[in-house]
Design a binder for this molecule. Structure first.
Ligand code: PMP
Length: 438
């Protein structure tokens, strides 16, 4: 399959080789530099994307899930063209920022006030600063295997090796990059997912020192990892008891799992929510919000939150039109229903063949993982068959089904995907299973 991939994509290979001279690894985000080499993209429309060699794919990558709206949605394109004609940046507030803030307050129950930034990384960085100011404490707890962006505080234990990771219920803090000061590392404590007792223990050991627990309610950077029954509620109770804020990173889950995010599906109220990706209709965006009582520190200018591009008119218009005109209840239902149907066709085949894999699906997102049973924490996820995961990615890519590279990522299904797109995907998965069963 790798030979076939190379045969289909010589121009991607060539531009990547050329790019390596001026761009480290030939890319602008190291996640993009996947073997054998990244596909370079020349255009996209609807559910389709075309690489530099002209190969067409049905896109299930969708900007790591940033494009629940799909590519170049005509309603969004008209709005963006209109905005472009009126200027792309003011660095002064625009009315759309107020309208979009109101829409997020309407959709996300725990959000009373919200501030805009430009990425998921900024959203978690700003939320953590706010939590520290609110509690007057320095430490944070982060879940092993979770990803919250690339700022120093959270770039810890994202994918630690088993040797470095330490005790399962009291993991070591393992920086994922060099260049992070020891002081910062010492302020990030790692806890295992789906283990409320371990979290309680850790917070007891650091009583009065921890500002916040930051987590995704459903982990979305180790495949899709679901919370066990009652776990999130217990995390909520425990954090409250220790006077620790609970931050839900909804950068990926945001509007993709349900119109109002994860708290629509699980009855748990976090103190702060981080958003990005799909709320911006594909334009760069981030946001963080919560109760007025916490956001007040920004109102009082005790916490500074700044940015030249914050609330810029292109991203604000994109988010507003996407959320209010395109993501109707029917549109959400369409994407979710296609995603459920795709998961079902995977599951039926897995059940009938007894393949050592499983599928997790929630809303417009789903993921196939090559491990017999659901992994409930990062240590179990390490048992996923990575070789087979890579073979699957390559086999699908060679047949026009594009997934995020990196073996730990999900499908996202946009409001522009069709039943035929899903059927084609399911057919290719059948071919893959036939191939590996031979
Ligand atoms: N949080 C989560 C859960 C994410 O998945 C990501 C990106 N994949 C981020 C934060 C960081 O977002 P960005 O890449 O926009 O900085």
């Amino acid at each position: 399959e790798e030979a076939e991939f190379k045969k289909r994509t010589p121009r991607s290979h060539e531009i990547h080789e050329r790019g390596k001279a001026s761009l480290p690894m030939g890319v602008s985000s190291s996640f993009q530099a996947v073997p054998p080499y990244p596909l370079f993209i020349s255009r996209a429309e609807g559910s389709r994307i075309w690489d530099y060699d002209g190969n067409e794919y049905i896109d299930f990558h969708l900007g790591f899930g940033s494009l629940l709206v799909g590519h170049s949605h005509p309603v969004l394109m008209a709005a963006l063209r209109d905005q472009l004609g009126k200027g792309s940046l003011y660095s002064l507030p625009c009315p759309d920022s107020v309208f979009l803030a109101e829409e997020l307050v309407r959709r996300f129950a725990p959000i009373e006030q919200v501030r805009f930034c430009n990425s998921g990384t900024e959203a978690t960085m700003d939320a953590i600063r706010l939590a520290r100011a609110h509690t007057r404490r320095d430490k944070i707890v982060k879940i092993e295997g979770a990803y919250h962006g690339h700022h120093d505080n959270v770039l810890m234990s994202t994918k630690p090796s088993l040797e470095a990771a330490g005790p399962a219920r009291h993991p070591n803090t393992v920086p994922a990059s060099q260049g992070i000061p020891a002081d910062v590392k010492n302020n990030t404590i790692i806890a295992p997912y789906n283990d409320a007792e371990a979290l309680d223990q850790i917070l007891s050991e650091h009583e009065g020192e921890v500002a916040a627990v930051i987590t995704e309610a459903v982990l979305m950077n180790v495949g899709i990892m679901l919370p066990q029954e009652g776990y999130l509620q217990r995390v909520r109770d425990i954090t409250r008891r220790h006077g620790v804020l609970l931050i839900f990173d909804e950068v990926k889950t945001g509007v993709t799992v349900a119109p109002g995010g994860i708290t629509e599906l699980y009855p748990v109220e976090p103190d702060l929510i981080c958003l990005a990706k799909s709320i911006g209709g594909g334009m760069p965006i981030g946001a963080f919000g919560g109760r007025e009582e916490i956001m007040r520190h920004i109102n009082h200018q005790e916490v500074l939150h700044l940015g030249t591009f914050n609330g810029n008119p292109m991203s604000m218009r994109a988010g507003l039109v996407t959320l209010t005109e395109i993501f109707t209840p029917e549109a959400h239902a369409h994407a979710n229903q296609l995603s459920a149907a795709l998961a079902k066709s995977y599951e039926d085949l897995i059940a009938s063949t007894g393949l050592p894999m499983h599928v997790a699906q929630i809303g417009a997102k789903g993921c196939a993982m090559f491990r017999h049973e659901r992994a409930r924490n990062y240590r179990a996820w390490l048992e996923v068959d990575m070789e087979l995961s890579f073979a699957y990615w390559l086999f699908l890519a060679n047949r026009g089904i594009l997934f995020p590279p990196g073996l730990d990522d999900q499908w996202t299904i946009s409001v522009q995907h069709s039943q035929a797109d899903i059927e084609h995907h399911a057919r290719v998965f059948h071919e893959f299973v036939a191939e590996i069963s031979r």
